[in-house]
Every structure is written in C-alpha cells, then in structure tokens.
Ligand binder design. Structure first.
Ligand code: C2O
Ligand code: CU
Ligand code: CU
Length: 516
C-alpha cells in the first residue's frame, strides 16, 4: 500500500490512542462525545442573548461584470458567552464571517488575506467554481511573510502555495441559493472551521426576486454551530496538535466527531429572537463539525407541519414541501418558511434539536412579540421545472463506501482507502451524467464539490423527506445506501468529495474526482 509519510505517522499515533480507550468506548463505536476527558462548558442561561445578524460584506470596488471583495483571516477576541472572552479565527475576525451577497451571472472576486499563524484554503461550498479557486485542500495560502518555507512538506504531497493572499474567482453561473464559504486546509479543516472560519454566501436571481416570499428583515440566516468551551471561555477542541502545525486529527475519544455541549446560532449561545406574527424565511445552515440536528418547534403550531421548505442546498424547489421537522447534517442548507401567525401573540416558541441531549435539545427561541400585517406568501410554484439529471442516461455507475475505522485505531476511508491528493478516484467526462451510490457504516454526510446532484433512491426505495431538490450534501445514517445522479458540468479539473463530518474528513474520509 502506497501510504504517505504523514498518513503513516498519523495511523501509528491513532493506533496508540485507540489502545488507550476504555473498553466501554470501544463497544459503543458511535458515541457522541468521547468517553475520555470530556470538557464541560461554562453554563449559560438560554434564550437571553439576542440573535445576532451576520454582517454583510461590502465590495472594495465593483465594475460592470464583477464585485471585488477583500477579506482578512485573523484572530480576534469576541464575547460569545456572556461576560467571557473567546479568541476566534475569523474572516475579518468575525464569527460567523461576513455574508457575501451575490447575483447569479455576476462575478465575485474575493482576495483572501491570511494573517493567521497557519496555512489556510478557502472553499465556496455549493459553488460551481473553477478548480483553481475551489480551495483544494493542498492549495494553501501561507501566512503572510512566511515566504515558501511553510507548506512545502505537507506530508510529502505536492502543494500549491500563495504567499499571504489569494484571489478566488466565483463566476456565480448558478441558481439563487444559500452557499457558504469555509476553511478547507488539508488535515486541519475541523479545527479551523471550529475556531470560526466559516460564513454565508447567498446568490440571488430574478426567479427568486419575483416570488412573494418573506424578504428584508423577514429573511433570517440561522447558522447553527455547536462548540465546547474551556472554563476561561476559550474554545475547546481536542486536536492532537493544538498549534495546528504538526499532526492533524483529534484525540481518539473524539474520533467520531466533535459534538459540542453549547449550541450557537449566528455565533450566540441559545439566542432569542423577537418575531412579529407573520411569516419568516429562515436560511438554515448547519455549520457544525459533526452534529446532526433534528429541528422541531415547541410548541408546534396548531395543525402541525410548522416548516414549509422552499429550497435545498442548490436553491429553490419546484414547489414547497411541508415538514414537522427538519433533519439537517453538517453543511446542508434548508430554506424554510415559518408562519408565526399560527401562534397567539406572546407565545414563546423554542427551536429544539430532537437529536440533542439535555441542554443541547434546545437551539434557540422565538418570541411572537407583536402583530403585523403580512404581505408575504408561499406560492405553490416556486421554481420552474428543473432539468434534473436522468439516471437512465448515465453511462457510468460508481459505488463508494464510507467507513469510519478510527475508533479501532485505523483511519476513515472511502472504498477502503485514505485520502491521497495524488490518487484519482473517479474521472467523469465533462457534461456526462453519472450515478453514484454511497454506502455508510456510521453517520456520514457526503458532499461533492462542483456539482449539485439529485437523490434517486435511499436504501433501494424512494428518496427521503429531506432529499428534495438539488443537493450537494446528503446525509447517510448508519448502514444506509443512497443513489444519486449528477451531471458533471462546468469545468474540467480536480475536485474532492468527502464526508462533511469534519473530523472524519480530516482523518482521511475524502477522495478525488477529476472532470475530464
Ligand atoms: Cu463544505 Cu469540501 O466542503
Ligand atoms: Cu464543498
Ligand atoms: Cu463521516
């Protein structure tokens, strides 16, 4: 087996950690929080901090085709828990980072400047982006001034480096949708997202403009991310090397993912939002490293089905789908409308996570505070009929098994192999349709760069209730099988696909495809 030096070292270290695990942890391989050394965050009174709105990034200049932005990735101290200080690594020092507002068909260029002490790579998740701007894990922006000394020996891999900054070009030749941008550095995506390197990126188009959906103040991003805090208010993340310069990955007890005990929405713990008794459109992004949320409203509105889903990862659905709950895994986006006129004014409505335990069963609260006239509506037809890929036309079917061996001292794998930037795992032809089948052992949200796909079947049957529309990330629970069809349009070149549980990803549950 052709193993990189870094992987070999890491595997040895993981095996060591694995052996130290208590027997109980081994017999429950899919435990949420590691049995060993769990840290408990300082306690916070829920539903006291007002829900913050992420700031919107302003262009440094615009011309007839393009909006140009500059973002500095840097450390900054923020008050996340009331009265405490937390150092974050953020885009412009913010957590979450500033939201980019883009128009379909209009180019965005973002100059990303790195003032952090480590290399970074920025990826636009859900973007149909040329390979040079996609944030390949070894396409690194080195800390400014470090020359080319860092990053050369990245586990013996070929790395592309920029010194201090890189211009990312996003053509935005795609539908209106909520995308997000986040760090994608090889081996360190988990800790670097956790420290705060993530933000929203919203594309709009004329089709969306025409719809009477709630707008302005009534369109609210909900970026959900869980964290663990140390007693002094700093983030706790169980890195093997907390300096993030040597070995990637987390200590064995957390190998199945870092699950927080404190739920943040838009960077605030269990926040509260005052609403009028009208419809709101929530752009939900699960930006957690590992946690899956099964979102519900408590109390549910009379008559049930509180969530009207109008969009998925890839933009608006053809027609709305009503849900009692929204199940969302890391990196998925759900575009939902909630009508608070179904509650009497004065009602406190808690957004729950039915997958959580104790404090993490709560996410945030809405207070239906006032009456207001509602001009919005959810029409039966949202987007024109979509030209979904036809699985019958697929010339190639591929199968990928996602296995998380690391509880046993091994690594996470795709088809039994650890990620190797040099190995091509699939080479679809440009403009061809392919069917890909994913198989899981545990819980794995699977994500492809470049393309959006259509889920064709789940476990041999119909797609699930949360598989509607264009997807770029699909959740597989333990022992599931999902078939999807994708058209490999846009660009030739090399991209990754991977599990979006970021600890699994960093522990090598990632593979390459090259559009040829
Ligand atoms: Cu959201 Cu490869 O990433
Ligand atoms: Cu992506
Ligand atoms: Cu996984």
């Amino acid at each position: 087996m052709n193993m990189t030096r870094r992987s070999f070292l890491k595997m040895g270290a993981m095996a060591g950690v694995g052996l130290a695990l208590p027997v109980g942890a081994l017999s429950r391989p899919f435990d949420r929080i590691g049995a060993a050394g769990s840290v408990i965050s300082p306690s916070v009174e829920p539903f006291e901090v007002p829900l913050p709105a992420p700031s919107v990034l302003k262009p440094v200049h615009t011309d007839s085709t393009t909006d140009h932005y500059e973002v500095t990735q840097k450390a900054r101290t923020l008050e996340i828990l009331p009265g405490m200080k937390t150092e974050v690594w953020g885009y412009d020092g913010l957590f979450p980072g500033p939201t980019v507002e883009a128009r379909s068909g209009r180019k965005v260029v973002i100059r990303q400047m790195n003032e952090l002490p480590v290399p970074v790579s920025s990826h636009l998740h859900g973007g149909r982006t040329p390979p040079g701007s996609d944030g390949y894990p070894t396409d690194l922006i080195l800390p400014s001034g470090s020359g080319s000394s860092l990053g050369h020996d990245h586990g013996g891999h070929t790395v592309t480096t920029s010194d201090g900054f890189k211009d990312y070009e996003y053509p935005n030749e795609q539908r209106a949708a909520a995308l997000w941008y986040h760090d994608h550095r090889m081996d360190f995506t988990g800790p670097q997202n956790y420290r705060g390197l993530l933000g929203m990126y919203i594309i709009r188009d004329e089709i969306e403009d025409e719809l009477p959906l709630p707008k302005g103040e009534k369109e609210v991003p909900l970026i959900i991310a869980d964290r663990i805090f140390n007693e002094d208010g700093s983030f706790y993340y169980p890195s093997i090397d907390p300096s993030l310069t040597g070995q990637g990955g987390v200590i064995g007890a957390y190998a199945n993912g870092v699950f927080g005990d404190t739920v943040l929405v838009n960077g605030a713990p269990w926040p509260v939002m005052e609403a009028s008794n009208t419809r709101y459109r929530f752009r939900i992004l699960n930006a957690s490293n590992a946690q899956v949320y099964d979102l519900a409203l408590d109390p549910p509105p009379p008559g049930g089905k509180p969530f009207v889903q109008v969009g998925s990862d890839g933009g608006l659905l053809e027609s709305p789908v009503s849900h009692d709950r929204i199940l969302t895994s890391p990196a998925e986006r759900f575009d939902v409308v909630v009508d608070f006129s179904r509650y009497p004014v004065g009602t406190e409505v808690t957004l729950k996570n039915l997958e959580g335990e104790g404090k993490t069963r709560d996410v945030m609260r809405f207070v239906v505070a006032r009456k207001e006239k509602d001009e919005s509506a959810v029409p039966d037809a949202l987007a024109p009929r979509q030209d979904y890929p036809d699985p019958e036309a697929a010339g190639v079917t591929r199968r990928f098994e996602f296995r998380n061996g690391n509880q046993w001292g091994g690594m996470s794998t795709v088809n039994g192999k650890m990620f190797d930037p040099e190995r091509m795992d699939a080479s679809p032809r440009l403009d061809s349709t392919e069917v890909w089948e994913f198989v899981s052992d545990g819980e794995h949200p699977i994500h492809l760069h470049l393309v959006h796909f259509k889920v064709m079947s789940r476990n041999g049957g119909e797609p699930g209730p949360y598989d509607a529309g264009w997807k770029d990330t699909v959740l597989l629970r333990a022992n599931e099988r999902v078939r999807m069809a994708a058209r490999f349009e846009g660009y030739r070149g090399k991209y990754v696909f991977h599990c979006h549980n970021l600890e699994h990803e960093d522990m090598m549950m990632m593979a390459n495809f090259e559009v040829i």
